[in-house]
Design a protein around this ligand. Sequence first.
Ligand SMILES: CC(C)[C@H](C(=O)O)[C@@H](O)C(=O)O
Ligand code: SF4
Length: 466
Amino acid sequence: MDGCLIYYGMEETLFDKLWNQHLVQSLDGGEDLIAIDRVFLHERTGSVALMSLVDSGRKAVRPEHVFCTMDHIVSNKSDRDKDDARTPDGDVFISATRRAAKKAGVNLIDVLDANQGIVHVISPELGIAQPGLTLVCPDSHTCSQGALGALAWGIGSTDAEHAIATGCLRIKKPRQMRINVDGALGSGVSAKDLVLHIIQTLGVDGAKRCAVEFSGDAISAMSIEERLTLCNMAVEFAAFTAIIAPDETTIDYVKGKKFAPSGQAWNDAKAYWASLVTDNGAEFDFDYTIKAADVVPTVTWGTNPSQAVAITGEVPSLDASSERALEYMNLRPGTAITDLKIDGAFIGSCTNARLSDLRIAAKILEGQKVASGVTAICVPGSMAVRRAAEAEGLDKIFKAAGFEWGAAGCAFCFYAGGETFSPGSRVISSTNRNFEGRQGPGVRTHLASPAIVAASALAGRISLTS
Ligand SMILES: CC(C)[C@H](C(=O)O)[C@@H](O)C(=O)O
Ligand code: SF4
């Protein structure tokens, strides 16, 4: 063995690489100081960070790398004004956020800006989230942006202020999990079905404090928009974040985006991104393999995203943990999912309101009418998505079918006060959370893919086909 060096445990995961490349210092007490490349804020929680920063006389260390959008409480009316809000007194909040963002000198994507939209939709769309960058945002679905190969995670408002002021955050390194999805998803089986299947299998705490890397043939075959849907819901099974190694699909997606590197910087970035893979032999704390062929169109029946079932299945039989959920959802065990009549259908949110989602729904809706008694709403994830959809005539299809066509924002994904579905409504929704009251007091949410939402809107009950 002379002259032969054997390294044990030198192989790194993609997550290790990004963590180590951003490690400023290991601190006493098990925390690390991590360099933060981008901070994204929104008016609901980011505003708190911005206002506190401005009020305390602190400055953004790199204001050009801080972005603030208005998405959570803005009105989704097509003719909205710059201060129209969904919440009582929301206008005051929006204008205060605007003032603080301007004072702090950060990039403001205001309500009427052409680039406005939901943070996790516009960050990739504008090339702000990029492979290899660390990105934080005071919002739990920041994990979505790991789809680009970025190390992106949700933080609190205080940490956001700290990251803006110092460009660093102290944090304990999470555990690591790999979920390898082998083979190809069946036709008509979407990224949303896959993530609901994973959460149903692992449970809502299944990836507690883990950075989850998604890999395998089914992931490589996905578009970036599908990967964003998948990573979006990592937090719904308690993950610290999700990440997917950048590949040709990622490079093609990022190329030419507003904030993407260009010229020589683009070539350098591509060379660096090629190194962002998990080494063969690198170890994870948890390593799962899922067969893509086992995944079927899936819908939630309960009040957390793990309470899910095949659309061809039934409301499961009662156990102690599901009793409350069944009561809230007004369901009886043994009822076929496709026998559930709906009152509302919603396509929107950072999970499933990108152009590909709208195209899938429009294909199903074309030339058809929403069932009577169903309130159907589509809110594109960003104004760019809305414009692109309109350029293809998708808005006309949605409207002709009886859908409302909104301006971008979080809108009916979460209840912030203001207009929503009426109490007791059963709503099929392309969003990511089905908690009690999530879409409004007493509203009963069933999570599903945009295809299922569209088909159900036409059928007037949960359905895979109209
Ligand atoms: C309001 C915001 C902090 C919250 C989040 O963290 O995710 C919201 O976006 C949500 O989806 O519940
Ligand atoms: S669309 Fe919904 S899940 Fe996404 S950031 Fe907004 S409120 Fe949160």
